[in-house]
Design a protein around this ligand. Sequence first.
Ligand code: FE2
Ligand code: FE2
Ligand code: FE2
Length: 167
Amino acid sequence: MKKMTEKNLKEAFAGESQAHMKYAIFAERAEEEGLKNVARLFRAISYAELVHAANHLRTLGQVGSSAENLQAAIDGETYEVEEMYPAFKAVADLQNELGAQRSINYALQAEKVHAGMYQQARQSVLSGSDIEIGTIYICKKCGYTVEGEAPKRCPICGAPETEFKGF
Ligand code: FE2
Ligand code: FE2
Ligand code: FE2
């Protein structure tokens, strides 16, 4: 692929990904406001943006086998844990940005777990089998991720067990 086209598709992937996420979040807000059809409209168009993002990513050749995808996921999570969020945290500390300190810390703590879980999954896939894994619980407030059972209180943000969503 020619460089300019590759750059454009990467930019388009980033934009569509953000739109997908924003609309999904806006749908939750519309739901809270009792606007069921507005919520549905946001969810539907959010899905269309997911389709666009997926098409761009596949065209870029960035969707591989699961073993390759797990490695890409490990690399991404590791970058966030080791470089990106620590650097962002340092700036938020320096500038005394309390909201940013909190949302950055929530993400930083959860990403650490993600990298480890992907690592284990990759080992299984490389040895030829799917992972054995129980229910995965995610804290709705901070994204803390845990396998097996939801804790009584989230160790990162203190949210109660009822705030965990199972997968
Ligand atoms: Fe789109
Ligand atoms: Fe993550
Ligand atoms: Fe939490």
